[in-house]
Design a binder for this molecule. Structure first.
Ligand SMILES: Cc1ncc(COP(=O)(O)O)c(C=O)c1O
Length: 462
């Protein structure tokens, strides 16, 4: 048999026709009409069939923190392809064990707690596993989560994700979380100002436990009906919302008082997106469980997982077969994950990301001064946000941001005399936030280019 690979040769038009007819429209591709086709990806750029380069400042929703076609990760995968590309998950491949050790050691170094890692294949599946660990440990199934939070679209993850739109057509969710307002200070749900609110939102949360008639706590046994709090340390899909100083520390005191576990969902913010391995490190609290995915493999073979404190996941408590997927510790995923963790150890990513993030944020703030349509801008490391608003700088404008996104994808912007495009992602409660998650290896020149292209887009789309 001829084993040479022959790439398919097909036009964008033909592809769009086939996709329209043969693919389900139930994913996110058909949010856009027509959807956009790309043919190549390299570094911070994706490239279309005309060879036009689009600077990508959202990097597959933060799944490609280390740049497209990262040579080192690719080389390690090539080694996997030539040695053991496949192996059933019931056996040990060396990368799986070594990756779990690296994650365990790194987490212990940061939080001073020993734990274990369990792998799965996607973010939502990791969230499912975290739910299982919590339910198994406490025997209870009700969770706290945040308004504006996103944890994935499996049934379990949808129950703790704050959008009814994601649940509406799929029956009754008896284990739907209790959704608490997130500390979204630019649009404070309580109408307060962060400068003098004294963390009013924490006090409101604390009120849930005042008497038994708030319906959360049996005050006679000090037992809460809700058993864990699923929290994004920075809201991802919710619009890269960064909590104020001291917030999680005060919340954790309340959680500890009522023995409520803290699950830090690091699926979007983990692996140095914010300048730390785990974004929760910025906030001075130790989670009981961490969920991770996306950038662990730089968007190569999917791999996700959870890290849980030792006592929650002992072999006795969580015995063989408690959860499993055919692909859960697939060799290609664990290989790229191990390479990512090794790279993170070798280079000071904290300094790299914080420096680049500061450079990016300073320029975003200058851009905000130029354009009335930019409301809040903020950032932690290379997780940055810009709210697109009406000319008052506050009223959210979905129509302007939609225009900006579509114009960026036309590929007719110009940078230094060359045609190009810009890929952004849109998040936020009102879908008016540019959530900026560039490659952690973005160059300063590419940051300058991002600002220049955003400037062109804001001028075009007023
Ligand atoms: C914080 C968070 N949790 C969970 C998920 C779900 O991950 P996946 O899309 O891989 O299922 C996402 C995806 O965006 C996320 O941002």
């Amino acid at each position: 048999m001829d084993t040479t690979y022959k790439p398919i040769n097909i036009s964008d038009e033909e592809l769009l026709k086939i996709d329209d007819e043969y693919c389900s429209h139930g994913d996110t591709v058909h949010y856009m009409t027509p959807p956009k086709v790309f043919r190549e990806a390299n570094g911070s750029f994706v490239i279309d069939s005309q060879g036009i380069e689009y600077l990508d400042i959202q990097m597959w929703y933060s799944a490609c923190n280390f740049g497209y076609k990262n040579e080192r990760i690719n080389n390690s995968l090539k080694h996997s392809i030539d040695t053991m590309p496949q192996l059933a998950s019931q056996f040990i491949n060396p990368d799986r064990s070594m990756l779990a050790k690296k994650i365990g050691d790194a987490t212990e170094k940061r939080f001073g707690v020993k734990g274990r890692t369990h792998f799965n294949v996607g973010g939502a599946q990791a969230v499912e596993d975290a739910l299982k660990i919590v339910r198994n440990h406490t025997g209870k199934s009700l969770m706290f989560a945040y308004q504006g939070g996103y944890h994935g679209r499996t049934l379990g993850a949808s129950a703790i994700t704050s959008s009814y739109r994601y649940r509406r057509r799929f029956g009754h969710f008896s284990d739907r979380a209790h959704f608490t307002p997130y500390p979204y200070c630019f649009r404070c749900p309580y109408g307060k100002k962060v400068e003098d609110c004294n963390l009013y939102c924490v006090k409101q949360f604390e009120k849930n436990f005042e008497t038994e008639y708030q319906s959360f706590l049996d005050v006679k046994t000090n037992e809460c009906e809700f058993t864990a709090f699923f929290a994004e340390p920075i809201q991802g899909t919710g619009g890269y919302v960064i909590p104020p100083k001291g917030y999680f520390q005060e919340m954790k005191k309340i959680l500890d008082r009522y023995k409520i576990l803290l699950v830090s969902d690091e699926i979007q913010m983990g692996f140095y997106r914010t300048g730390k391995l785990w974004a929760m490190e910025h906030f001075g609290v130790t989670p009981d469980i961490i969920t991770f995915g996306k950038a662990l493999t730089n968007g190569m073979n999917p791999l996700s997982g959870i890290w849980a404190k030792g006592e929650l996941i002992t072999p006795e408590k969580f015995p063989p077969g408690s959860t499993h997927s055919t692909f859960s510790s697939n060799p290609m995923g664990t290989r790229s994950g191990l390479e990512v963790m090794t790279m993170l150890e070798e280079v000071d990513h904290e300094k790299l990301v914080m420096d680049k993030g500061a450079y990016f944020l300073a320029q975003l703030k200058d851009l905000q001064k130029k354009h009335k349509n930019i409301g809040d801008v903020d950032g932690l490391g290379l997780a940055l946000r810009a709210e697109v608003c009406e000319a008052d700088g506050y009223t959210p404008s979905k129509s302007i941001i939609d225009k900006i996104m579509n114009e960026g994808l036309k590929g007719d912007l110009e940078y230094r005399g060359k045609k190009c495009g810009l890929v952004i992602d849109v998040g936020g409660y009102k879908k008016n936030v540019i959530t900026i998650a560039p490659s952690l290896y973005i160059t300063n020149e590419e940051i300058d280019m991002s600002i220049e292209l955003l400037d062109q887009l804001f001028i075009r789309c007023k």
